[in-house]
Design a protein around this ligand. Structure first.
Ligand code: SAM
Length: 237
């Protein structure tokens, strides 16, 4: 089967000129957005689910951030049966699509990652693996702040630590992420071609790969580093 999907078009010629400034800002100024009630509730459900999974807290955690319909969450749970796998997406419509049974070690959650990641860090979560598979690319230059590496939550995402893997059909997204990662943590990561063959992990991967688009991936192993996140000082909280 041959799928068709549009390639990314952007008005950027290279990494965004404001990237370093945005990262610096995120590292200096705490994110003040209040946590939404629905994500707080979703996170509380995750805490009880994890406690039921594993009373000793020893089962390693995998986060599938922006899991869409949750196919990757299902597949990761099968691939890592000794891990607890949580897929998070803000779209109730995507999460509610029926993609078959889900293993006991997997959970799909509707939540906003901007809040979910902060609650996870606050709770001391340290994912063993953290996936960001085909995040929304926001390719227009003016939308840098919506890309994860241009967003104020970026330090929180890194602070959780673990083996972080991003995949995208837009190489520049990953190149920018690598620059931002090096700036924030000193960790260098390379952007490499990704050839899934017949083992696509997500619907977006299947769609892009089936259209003959080049796919890219970045993997970084990060320490758990809560200190990366700027503390709210008086008057800023
Ligand atoms: C391009 S889709 C990729 C979905 C899936 N990972 C895949 O590869 O098929 C990006 C997903 O990220 C989710 N997303 C974007 N921003 C989010 C946020 N702030 N919180 C939770 N999910 C978010 C969207 O709802 C969407 O399902």
């Amino acid at each position: 089967m041959h799928a068709t999907s549009r390639t990314i078009t952007t008005n950027q010629l290279g990494p965004h000129k404001d990237l370093a400034r945005r990262v610096e800002r995120a590292l200096r100024h705490p994110l003040r957005k209040p946590v939404a009630a629905h994500t707080r509730e979703a996170f509380a459900n995750c805490l009880s689910w994890r406690a039921r999974q594993d009373a000793n807290g020893a089962r390693p955690l995998i986060l599938d951030a922006g899991c869409g319909v949750g196919l990757s969450t299902r597949r990761l749970a099968e691939r890592y049966p000794d891990h607890a796998v949580i897929g998070v997406d803000r779209s109730a419509a995507r999460l509610s699509r029926d993609h078959g049974a889900i293993a006991d070690n997997a959970l799909l959650v509707r939540a906003d990652l901007v809040d979910f990641w902060r609650l996870a860090l606050e709770a001391g979560w340290q994912p063993a693996r953290h996936y960001l598979l085909y995040p929304n690319p926001y390719p227009k230059s003016a939308r840098l702040k919506l890309r994860w590496h241009g967003h104020p939550v970026f330090p929180v995402l890194l602070a959780l630590g673990g083996r972080l893997e991003l995949r995208s059909n837009w190489r520049l997204y990953l190149e920018e992420f690598a620059l931002a990662l090096a700036q924030a943590t000193g960790v260098t990561a390379t952007v490499e071609p990704h050839a899934p063959g017949t083992n696509c992990l997500t619907p977006f991967e299947t769609k892009y790969h089936g259209s003959g688009q080049s796919l890219w991936r970045l993997v970084a192993t990060l320490p758990h580093a809560p200190d990366l996140v700027p503390a709210a000082t008086e008057g800023e909280a």
